[in-house]
Write a protein that binds this ligand. Structure first.
Ligand code: FAD
Length: 454
């Protein structure tokens, strides 16, 4: 076996977190290597092609308060534009499909008041949480003892309001309400600025307001292109790590690296695939098996024309019945065709994961026909990404904490273990789960490493 490569810092993972950390460490004059399992960079961001146009089959939207991500776009020469949201939206709840304008769906007054009361309670709870330490909130123990579902059962009076909040939970966390801890949900809202509406919206301050011209997948590609030659190794899954007081030894599919410090820029569930020969603290070990990934398949469907616009619709759909949802317009600027993007999330995605593409395409078309009628029956193109079946993601968008996880293992999320530092969007204090969170985590580990070397 050849001699190990020797560097100051080894970074595992060439997602946004790992690449941003590597770029900044290189700029600080350190010798860096990045080991990436896949044969591409970008991790949970990825490009696809639909009718000859580049599209995002992974992470895509930015919000106005995501200043790191917007700053990175500027730095890399990428521009943004607003998500198309003109016209009416569709909502299907309790078997009724309705059109509405603005942010308040058409439902019975009682159901609306019921949902509004629950949303206000979510925001009030989020205001009590420091997203850097949700486990320290006064009510943390109570909130972490129950699922979102249990809380909704206690809180809501109407089935329609229940369906509406279920749609929000699935869209935001890509899991069903019975899968996640209430504390994680409140903490997610707190990390996004404190309003659950922000997480679900395409308008103004919503997390889905802006798109990157040409695709968000370019962020990672352009960051990687700026790394000095030889820093990035693709097709190099890391199998084992052994840390000592002298340094860290990393074994990957193509060789070995000897580093002064290690950055693990992966979701905790993916870190579980690495054998840590030197013992980690119990909470850290358990974190790797107690934050399984959410469940999502992202699909894009092309039509000859954006027929929904001609009918006064924005293309936005939320449904408690259809398998595909939320759905939004995804027509690239200047395209003659019309594109829609939709998500199979939670149980809908698990039912389709691993199935042949035609199966998923048929399910998407069936759902779109349900919302838009026969006009949706004849698409001219389809592309999707089954994130559950990808071994290097095992699901998306983010690790899901079942009850009891954050209050027991949460403090281990960011705490360095000797020479091992932990990055990745799951470790962020603002916009955890998002591109913004991945970038925040990169800045933090770089600061940790530079401070440790002084
Ligand atoms: C369908 C979808 C839609 C999304 N939509 C949005 C959105 O609109 N806006 C938004 O802000 N965010 C969105 N996200 C989330 C966003 O993409 C992620 O938060 C972000 O990309 C995470 O970056 P990361 O660097 O933390 O992790 P990752 O991107 O997961 O990077 C980790 C890297 O580590 C690699 N790896 C794993 N194991 C090993 C190993 N053993 N050895 C070496 N390498 C390994 C992986 O291949 C990967 O490249 C979405 C995600 C998905 C999937």
């Amino acid at each position: 076996m050849s001699a190990p490569q020797t560097v100051d810092v080894c970074v595992i993972g060439a997602g946004l977190a790992g690449l941003r950390a590597a770029q900044q460490l290189c700029e600080a004059g350190l010798r860096v290597c990045v080991l990436e399992a896949r044969d591409r960079v970008g991790g949970r961001t990825e490009g696809g092609v639909l009718c000859g146009q580049a599209v995002d089959v992974g992470g895509q939207w930015l919000g106005k308060t995501q200043t790191r991500a917007l700053g990175l776009c500027d730095e890399l020469g990428l521009s943004t534009y607003a998500q198309y949201s003109q016209g009416q939206r569709l909502i299907e709840v309790g078997g009724k499909l309705r059109r509405y304008r603005g942010t308040i769906p058409r439902m019975s007054l009682f159901a609306l008041l019921d949902a509004d009361r629950a949303l206000r309670r979510i925001n009030r709870a989020a205001a009590q949480i420091d997203p850097a330490a949700p486990w320290a909130a006064a009510e943390a123990a109570r909130w972490d003892r129950m699922t979102i579902d249990q809380w909704l059962q206690q809180t809501l009076y109407t089935q329609s309001a229940r369906s509406l909040i279920d749609i929000v939970v699935r869209a935001v966390l890509t899991c069903d309400a019975h899968e996640a801890s209430l504390l994680q949900f409140f903490s997610y809202v707190a990390a996004a600025g404190g309003k659950v509406e922000t997480l679900a919206e395409t308008l103004d301050d919503g997390a889905q307001h802006l798109k990157i011209a040409g695709g968000a997948f370019q962020l990672a590609q352009r960051l990687a292109a700026r790394l000095p030659a030889g820093v990035l190794q693709l097709g190099a899954p890391v199998h084992a790590v052994e840390a000592s007081e002298a340094g860290v030894q990393i074994v990957h599919a193509r060789g070995q690296v000897q580093a002064d410090r290690l950055v693990v820029a992966l979701a905790p569930a993916l870190a579980a695939g690495i054998a840590f020969a030197s013992p980690l603290p119990a909470a850290r070990i358990q974190l790797h098996s107690r934050l399984p990934m959410g469940s999502v398949i992202k699909a894009l469907i092309a039509y000859p024309r954006p027929f929904w616009k001609a009918r006064g619709l924005s293309g936005e759909v939320a449904s408690d019945q259809g398998a595909l949802g939320p759905v939004m317009d995804a027509t690239p600027p200047g395209s003659e065709h019309g594109f829609l993007v939709g998500f199979f999330d939670g149980h809908h995605s698990r039912a389709l994961a691993g199935m042949p593409l035609e199966h998923r395409r048929d399910a998407a078309i069936r759902a779109l026909q349900r919302y838009f009628g026969d006009a949706a029956a004849q698409p001219i193109g389809y592309v999707d990404k089954d994130w559950i079946s990808d071994p290097w993601s095992q699901g998306c968008y983010v690790g899901i904490a079942a009850p009891g996880t954050l209050t027991t293992c949460g403090p281990a999320l960011r705490a360095p273990c000797g020479r091992i530092h932990w990055a990745g969007t799951e470790t962020a204090t603002r916009w955890a789960g998002y591109l913004e969170g991945a970038l925040e985590s990169a800045e933090r580990v770089v600061a940790e490493i530079i401070a440790a070397r002084v």
